[in-house]
Design a protein around this ligand. Structure first.
Ligand SMILES: NC(=O)c1ccc[n+]([C@@H]2O[C@H](COP(=O)([O-])OP(=O)(O)OC[C@H]3O[C@@H](n4cnc5c(N)ncnc54)[C@H](O)[C@@H]3O)[C@@H](O)[C@H]2O)c1
Length: 365
């Protein structure tokens, strides 16, 4: 359970981040100490058991009274928050944004986080594989500067684990603007033989996990919107072309992706009042990623071993058979997906959509 200090930090930091934002984005708001020193640039006192609205008003009043640039804010009974202005890189598509990407230790998730960092965002790599996420976040910090990336352990099937990860993000960055719900798993097997355990595993990550992630993070995004009604944020679910058409001998996965679109449409209707846009991206097969190309257990090796493609003798044969299903004769790549990610963030007049990135392999009707 969240302790009461964490609860207070989770209210104060996102509000400060939005109240201190300018047209290029919000600062990092870092919780640095439990002591409320008189030396803090701004001191705020919140009413006892303050509601979110009362906290917003008290913090607004405290900030208004300060003429100079604010470097620290002390909140009585909570602690000191350091205000760090990020370097804004003009002409970059994600500059001034903070994004959380789940399943970011490898594959699409990692490359989405890397691209958003290259485009100026601060990124959080959230994954059940914390060691690899840490390694990747460290590399991004070496490449783009300290504070540009952090890693958090997150099991998307467990509410408490999601909440703990979000608590850490808020202590470090103060909040976030984009949540890329990417973590997903696949266990392809015939309906005649697939175990109930495998079916439940796929549904737990791809379906229940998307519900739980949204449940936890939408509270933070809604609070940020309350602090400034002009502020909007994005939830982007990485779905699949298998969320739009059935997938032979892969029912558990396709089913878990179809219902993901049901969640996206429903969340979009509900969360628009909180300034949150919710959309899905439905990529085609990412042949270059580890899911397909891992030499030990990737899908190409598996399909070669199980004889899924009649006559295929090598991995290249299997790959060519799959590429032949795509009008452009190639797999989906991360740049293809990123074009959709930035479109959805920049397009303020769209929510609840499932955007295919399949080169016409799947067409909407
Ligand atoms: N690879 C493709 O061809 C393809 C195509 C379309 C859509 N997608 C979708 O893209 C997303 C990413 O796929 P990928 O191919 O990069 O997968 P991947 O297997 O390469 O990576 C998935 C990541 O998610 C993490 N993860 C797994 N379970 C988790 C959990 N319970 N909590 C937190 N993290 C967890 C893993 O540790 C891993 O880092 C998935 O949602 C997938 O359905 C993939």
């Amino acid at each position: 359970m969240e302790n009461s200090l964490t609860k207070k930090i989770n209210v104060v930091a996102p509000i400060l981040r939005i109240l201190l934002a300018n047209e290029t984005g919000g600062p990092m708001v870092r919780f640095v100490s439990e002591k409320t020193s008189k030396d803090a640039g701004v001191t705020a006192v919140l009413p006892k058991e303050a509601s979110e609205e009362q906290a917003i008003e008290s913090l607004k009043t405290a900030i208004r009274q300060q003429a100079e640039t604010i470097e620290t804010v002390g909140v009585e009974g909570v602690g000191i928050f350091q205000i760090i202005q990020p370097v804004i890189e003009m002409n970059k598509r994600a500059s001034g944004k903070t994004a959380i990407v789940t399943g970011a230790a490898q594959g699409f998730g990692l490359e989405i986080a890397q691209d958003m960092a290259a485009q100026g965002a601060c990124v959080v790599l959230a994954d059940i594989n914390e060691t690899e996420a840490q390694k990747q976040a460290q590399q991004l910090n070496e490449q783009y500067g300290t504070d540009r990336a952090m890693a958090v352990a997150m099991n998307v099937t467990d509410s408490q684990s999601i909440q703990n990860a979000i608590d850490s993000v808020i202590r470090h960055y103060g909040g976030f603007d984009v949540f890329v719900s990417n973590a997903g798993v696949l266990k392809a097997e015939s309906v005649k033989t697939q175990s109930e355990k495998d079916f439940e595993f796929v549904c737990a990550v791809n379906y229940k996990g998307y519900f739980l992630r949204t449940q936890v993070i939408s509270k933070v995004l809604a609070l940020q919107h309350k602090a400034n009604h002009a502020y909007t944020s994005d939830i982007i679910q990485i779905n699949s072309k298998s969320g739009l058409v059935g997938s032979n001998r892969n029912g558990a996965y396709a089913g878990s992706k179809f219902v993901g679109i049901g969640l996206t449409q429903s969340f979009a209707l509900e969360l628009i009042e909180d300034g949150i846009k919710v959309n899905s991206i439905c990529p085609g097969n990412f042949f270059d990623g580890p899911l397909w190309s891992n030499p030990d257990n990737g899908l190409f090796v598996q399909y070669l071993r199980t004889g899924k493609i009649p006559g295929a003798k090598t991995i290249e044969d299997v790959k060519r058979a799959y590429e032949a299903k795509v009008p452009m004769r190639r797999g989906c790549t991360t740049p293809d997906v990123m074009a959709a990610v930035y479109y959805l963030i920049e397009q303020k007049y769209e929510t609840g959509q499932a955007l295919p990135v399949t080169d016409g392999q799947v067409m909407l009707h």
